[in-house]
Design a protein around this ligand. Structure first.
Ligand SMILES: Nc1nc2c(ncn2[C@@H]2O[C@H](COP(=O)(O)OP(=O)(O)OP(=O)(O)O)[C@@H](O)[C@H]2O)c(=O)[nH]1
Ligand SMILES: [Mg+2]
Length: 359
């Protein structure tokens, strides 16, 4: 009788242990599961969020915050927030980052609530205006949380907007100080790569590029891929890395991956002082069902060769059924220095943009 009792007790205790272990695993899994919030700030940020919303985002929440009520009304997002209504009366920050910052402080509580529980936060804005520039500075600091990776994704003004350079420069410097990584895209370089487009079309290209970047990273870590990039990989590349540049390559036919990698490295969309000093790289390849692991590995090797041996490199790949015969490669270089931030060194060598209406 005694021994039966002991054995029942010991069985119960094992079941309890099992139960507690299962709870522990479940809790760890919840913590490790990437939870992404994408916040678009100001006009450009909201347009980027609309671009992503229209294409759908698996595994992330889309929030748009603006001081401009009319623009917010046409923005597509999971949640829209009008910032600083008493201050700006829903009419925008008029190009003044201080006003944008004040409006952002007013809406901080809402933003904290909307991003609660996310361990990856993307802050998207076009730097140079009032709302996006001011709000991204405030939120990159105020929305930090333990275990959260804060990544800024910003565009820098076109050369025709020289009067906005000072705002953008200050904004970028402050964001760099607070974000883990700020991915900066120089609109002038982007427009050049896209083939000298009229301003309106160039803005569309910029939205698409930033949108694809955010959507690509989110989906690569939240859904199963050919080669996964997980949350820890992303942290290793982006945690406290300062400034980052991005390049995209697209090719088909023989050696498509090599060609696309070269394009992506050589066509970085921000002037980098010295590429050999990059501290990390994230390489992401997408291609049709015909893409092979060998090709993807080659892409990683090619990037490894271009960077110092100390640089940390992670790569991932995803099959996109619409891309048979093609390869698209995105290379993000982190921990870089840019000439954009060194005083008076930014050259307007790329020439002015053609101004015109979108076709
Ligand atoms: N990617 C992208 N960039 C844009 C777009 N519209 C403007 N920009 C760029 O972003 C900068 C800031 O513009 P907006 O986002 O309209 O400004 P804002 O943050 O709303 O600021 P205020 O209107 O002054 O309150 C501009 O100088 C452009 O370089 C857009 O639709 N997409
Ligand atoms: Mg605006």
């Amino acid at each position: 009788m005694d021994s039966e009792y002991t054995s029942r007790i010991s069985k119960m205790s094992m079941q309890t242990q099992d139960f507690l272990e299962a709870e522990r695993i479940e809790a760890a899994m919840r913590m490790a599961r990437p939870n992404v919030s994408v916040v678009g700030l100001g006009g450009a940020g909201s347009n980027i969020v609309s671009w992503i919303k229209q294409r759908g985002l698996t595994g992330g929440k889309l929030v748009a915050a603006n001081t401009d009520a009319a623009h917010l009304a046409i923005t597509k997002a999971d949640r829209r927030i009008l910032m600083g209504e008493k201050l700006t009366h829903g009419q925008g920050a008029g190009g003044y980052p201080d006003r944008g910052a004040e409006a952002a402080k007013d809406a901080l509580e809402d933003l904290v609530k909307e991003t609660n529980g996310s361990n990856i936060l993307f802050l998207c804005a076009g730097l140079g205006g009032g709302t996006g520039t001011g709000a991204s500075q405030v939120y990159s600091e105020a929305l930090q949380a333990p275990g959260r990776l804060v990544v800024g994704v910003v565009t820098l003004p076109f050369s025709v907007e020289r009067y906005r350079y000072e705002n953008a420069k200050k904004g970028l410097e402050r964001m760099r100080a607070h974000c883990d990584t700020v991915v900066a895209i120089d609109n002038t370089k982007l427009a050049k790569v896209a083939g000298d487009l009229p301003l309106q079309d160039a803005l569309g290209v910029a939205n698409e590029l930033v949108g694809q970047f955010v959507k690509g990273i989110t989906e690569t870590i939240t859904t199963a891929s050919l080669i996964n990039i997980d949350y820890a990989d992303l942290r290793a590349i982006m945690e406290k890395r300062g400034l980052a540049a991005i390049g995209v390559g697209y090719a088909e036919g023989e050696e498509r991956v090599e060609k696309a990698v070269r394009q992506a490295i050589e066509g970085q969309l921000l002037d980098i002082k010295d590429i050999s000093k990059a501290k990390g790289a994230l390489v992401h390849v997408s291609g049709g069902h015909d893409i092979t692991l060998e090709e993807v590995t080659k892409a990683g090797e090619l990037v490894t060769k271009s960077l110092p041996p100390t640089a940390k490199i992670v790569w991932g790949a995803r099959v996109d059924p619409t891309m048979n015969g093609h390869a698209r490669v995105m290379v993000v270089l982190t921990g870089i220095e840019s000439t954009f931030l060194s005083e008076n060194s930014y050259k307007f060598a790329l020439g002015p943009l053609k101004m015109g209406k979108a076709s």
